[in-house]
Design a protein. Structure first.
Length: 296
């Protein structure tokens, strides 16, 4: 894998970079959930140091694949596709298999067109996956592969939702970046190639609205100029387990700042992770699809 700054990976073969050129970012986020996206300025793809390299063969999967023939992709009528729930942060996929523990190892796959997701390879579809998520290209973590199919993590409810999608024609990439959040320690650590790039004390959900645990991922980053405290927000592929919605939004867990130290340490939020400015700046280096592991 090419090191950051030494090679510019083409957009069609790399995870979309979630970066920002906002100078003097004011940290803080008054509304601790994704609420309204009207007027939101989506950013990404403009950073000059993408930390990913293309990985387009199935041999790069985190689990070895079988040598048996590929499992055929079902021909699903449009009338059926039109009835499927959408796998996005505001969506629910009730028939999706749950997996909160399997790690992707940084491998992700790009969904560059709307496509169905299946509970099992070759089975009936249970969702439609859009080609973009909150303005960013859809990159989903790959948990395992099997005979031409990839099991991916979804950004929809319930937490840990996964589906299988056919791999043919889809680009894959792998990042060395990763995020670990320890709720017991109250810390967030960002690593690159297994080495720490920083650990910070962070805020988490209150006892009545705890931050959900389990494997998730960086879904998208955006700037909301209407937020008076933290216009820079990084949405994860997880949701509150206690709030069905918040402030009119779906209760998506986000990483964002807070203007005071007291307000971004301890159990202070409705489930989001409040970080200092240095951590928020480091998040600008991470590509969508970066694994985020939240532990109790």
């Amino acid at each position: 894998m090419t090191e950051p700054g030494k090679h510019r990976v083409g957009a069609s073969k790399s995870m979309r970079q979630v970066g920002t050129s906002v100078a003097g970012v004011v940290v803080g986020f008054l509304v601790v959930a994704l609420v309204v996206f009207i007027g939101v300025k989506v950013f990404g793809g403009g950073d000059d140091k993408p930390p990913v390299a293309a990985a387009t063969t199935s041999s790069a999967a985190p689990h070895a694949t079988s040598r048996l023939p590929d499992i055929p992709v079902p021909n699903v009528p449009q009338s059926v596709l039109d009835t499927l729930p959408v796998a996005e942060t505001e969506g629910k996929v009730p028939k999706a298999p749950i997996d909160l523990t399997s790690a992707s190892g940084g491998l992700a796959i790009r969904v560059d067109k709307a496509m169905p997701g299946f509970a099992k390879p070759g089975a009936d579809p249970v969702t439609m996956i859009p080609k973009s998520q909150i303005g960013s290209t859809t990159w989903l973590p790959v948990l395992r592969t099997e005979r031409g199919w990839a099991q991916v993590r979804l950004p929809a409810r319930p937490n840990g939702a996964t589906v299988w999608i056919p791999e043919a024609g889809l680009n894959r990439a792998k990042t060395k970046w990763a995020v670990q959040v320890s709720l017991s320690k109250g810390t967030l650590t960002i690593t690159y190639d297994g080495k720490s790039r920083g650990t910070w004390d962070v805020g988490q959900g209150k006892a009545t609205t705890p931050t959900p645990v389990g494997q998730t991922f960086l879904l998208s980053g955006f700037v909301d100029p209407n937020q008076s405290f933290s216009p820079v927000i990084y949405a994860l592929g997880a949701h509150s387990d206690t709030l069905d919605s918040y402030g009119g939004g779906p209760g998506t867990v986000a990483v964002h700042g807070w203007p005071t130290k007291q307000g971004r340490e301890g159990k202070v939020s409705h489930g989001c992770i409040r970080v200092p400015a240095a951590a928020l700046k480091m998040f600008a280096k991470l590509p969508t699809g970066t694994p985020v592991d939240i532990t109790a």
